[in-house]
Design a protein. Structure first.
Length: 622
């Protein structure tokens, strides 16, 4: 019987602690080590390339076989590092001068090493860099010695392709194996000196396809989405470091787009961003309640938003009255236009002219004119516009007044029959549209977007903001709403605001000029599982490869493809902690049963639900 088999013993079931992690047998040989039923060999990296890029360690970390990689890092005190660099420079300079005296040609390797040492010494003296000793070891496992030889050859070839020089730890296999265990002990001591940038580029979660964002950049707000599906790295993205801060999330129903969006919202709050959400299904109420946010259930009794309000912060703009009249016209066009375009309900030129006259007449009746001194007076209501239409002798105005009756005196009047009830405030404001009837969903989305934009455009309260529009197709289905949304997408960056659109109708969004314009004005695209009917349009719009399209067609819920500019693409899986998952999941098996239009914050009649929140959380992050 083999001595190795004699030394194995099973772990008794009642033993705990270190005994559980002790291998059943350990046989030491010169070039390999038997660990139980596996044979292992350790190699040490003893040479590195002159320059390394982001994710230079990624190929080793993502090796498909069983490979344990350990990186041991110890800082070097600045005085000690400076002394070592001076000595190294002295040796290099001495060697160069000796070569010159002997008439030898200049050695380019010595010249490059001298330049690097001088540059590093300067950065170290200025405090821009630090130095570390780094030990990098890898233990290869296999089922038998022959397989180990093959695996070792593959790992060695991979290391050489990265310009890494590796040596086997012959006659030091136990020390090498122990150095790759999660014990934090370097028993080999084969160290090389690295600066901060080279060490950071080899950080285990750094990937070359999408490098980690810089958290120290002014205005940074990186969000970690989850693990990279094609490597061992993490996917973290900073929308505030892009050309613009907008994003578009496209997915089929049930692909996990709301889950990913809520995860983005929650982690953006951690980074100090102020978030406003237009929530069509009241999915964000538990999140708002948990973080002490504001919950506004539009359509509930007593909750109203007046589209004719004149915001106080904009009263220095001489065109404010005109802008409010134009927005009110856009809102009424959305209310009265058939989104399917199957009925003759659109607003022609005559109707638009009558509507514009009525809006201005309603302002005049309320005592508000082009004189800015009158803009502090109470604004008119939608029923005042209907009254002005009824008084207009134009037949088009009379017809339009009749069409407005459901929204002024009829069954849909509750949202418009009074002044704005309250001003939404806080670090998270959720506008819930679930209580609104389907006929008012698009208008409610447009109305809340306008209310949000009044806050965003206030220069006195400028800060980093994220505006989330879930199920954006409801607004994009209306031409007037789509035009308004496109204008917001173009203007958001000027106000340090990101517009995040989430929709499941990718084909409809990309089929219109307005939808394509919104996509083009978003620097960040998040694509989850897609339907085959939209494959051609998605491939053309986002320049997807066949492999990327195949991934999207077969993706599991939560799997996504992040597109953040040329060459910056990464597939990842959205992962939340247990506490985050409890707040953002909509799985009926995991969520408590509540009544209709009811959230954990209370009944729908309660317009605002806020918990205790530190004043520092509402402060400007910068």
């Amino acid at each position: 019987m083999s001595p190795r088999l004699l030394r194995r013993r099973p772990t008794p079931p009642d033993e705990n602690g270190p005994v559980v992690w002790t291998p059943p047998g350990l046989e030491v040989e010169a070039r390999q080590l038997w660990v139980g039923d596996l044979v292992a060999a350790t190699v040490a990296v003893v040479g590195y390339p002159r320059e390394v890029g982001p994710g230079w360690l990624e190929p080793l970390l993502s090796y498909p076989g069983r490979l344990d990689v350990s990186v041991h890092v110890d800082p070097i005190a600045a005085p000690v590092a400076a002394l070592r660099l001076r000595r190294q420079l002295a040796r290099l300079e001495s060697g160069r001068r000796a070569g010159d005296a002997a008439g030898k040609l200049a050695d380019p390797l010595i010249d490059a090493a001298t330049y690097d040492a001088e540059d590093l010494a300067g950065r170290l003296a200025r405090g821009e860099d630090h130095m570390f000793t780094v030990g990098l070891y890898a233990t290869i496992y296999a089922e038998d010695p022959d397989e180990l030889v093959e695996e070792k050859a593959r790992v060695t070839a991979l290391a050489h392709s990265l310009l890494l020089a590796v040596h086997p730890t012959t006659y030091r296999m136990p020390a090498g194996w122990a150095s790759t265990l999660p014990l934090g002990s370097d028993l080999l001591g084969l160290r090389r000196t690295m600066d901060t940038s080279a060490l950071a580029a080899g950080f285990p979660f750094t990937t070359p396809d999408l490098p980690l964002p810089d958290p120290d950049r002014p205005g940074a707000g990186p969000v970690v989405y989850g693990p990279n599906l094609h490597s061992a790295g993490l996917v973290a993205h900073d929308r505030w470091a892009q050309a613009n801060y907008n994003s578009v999330t496209l997915a089929s129903s049930g692909a996990g787009k709301s889950y990913l969006t809520k995860l983005d919202v929650l982690r953006s709050l951690f980074q100090g961003a102020q978030v406003a959400v237009i929530d069509p299904e009241d999915e964000y109420a538990p999140l708002a309640a948990a973080v002490g946010g504001t919950h506004l259930p539009l359509g509930a009794p007593g909750v109203r938003l007046n589209p004719l309000d004149l915001p106080a912060h904009g009263r220095s703009d001489p065109d404010l009255l005109t802008r409010r009249a134009l927005f009110t016209g856009t809102l009424l066009a959305t209310l009265l236009t058939d989104p399917d375009q199957t009925a003759t309900a659109g607003l022609d030129a005559a109707v638009r002219a009558a509507l514009d006259r009525a809006i201005l007449a309603a302002y005049r009746t309320a005592g508000i004119t082009g004189d800015q001194a009158t803009w502090t007076r109470p604004p008119p209501l939608l029923r005042d516009v209907a009254t002005a239409l009824g008084a207009d002798p134009d037949p088009a105005a009379t017809t339009l007044a009749a069409r407005l009756e459901p929204f002024t005196t009829g069954s849909h009047r509750s949202l418009f029959d009074g002044p704005t009830t309250l001003a939404p405030e806080g670090h998270l404001v959720v506008y819930s549209l679930r209580a609104l009837p389907a006929e008012l969903r698009a208008a409610g989305t447009l109305l809340t977007l306008d209310a949000i934009w009044r806050t965003v455009a206030d220069p006195a309260r400028r800060r980093r903001r994220l505006v989330v529009i879930d199920e954006a197709w409801q607004l994009m289905a209306h031409p007037a709403g789509a035009t308004f949304l496109r204008q917001l997408a173009k203007a958001a960056r000027k106000h340090w605001t990101g517009l995040a659109l989430v929709t499941q109708d990718a084909a409809d969004l990309l089929a219109t000029d307005q939808g394509r314009a919104v996509v083009a004005n978003a620097a960040t695209h998040l694509l989850l599982r897609q339907d085959t009917s939209a494959a051609t349009q998605l491939t053309s719009a986002f320049g997807l490869s066949d492999g990327e399209m195949s991934f999207l067609l077969s993706a599991r819920p939560g799997d996504a493809l992040l597109l953040a500019g040329p060459g910056r693409r990464a597939a990842f899986r959205a992962v939340a902690s247990d506490d985050e998952h409890a707040l953002i999941t909509t799985d009926p098996a995991e969520t408590p049963t509540t009544g209709p239009h009811t959230s954990p914050a209370g009944p729908a009649a309660v317009a605002v639900s806020r918990q205790q929140w530190s004043p520092a959380d509402d402060a400007d992050p910068l």
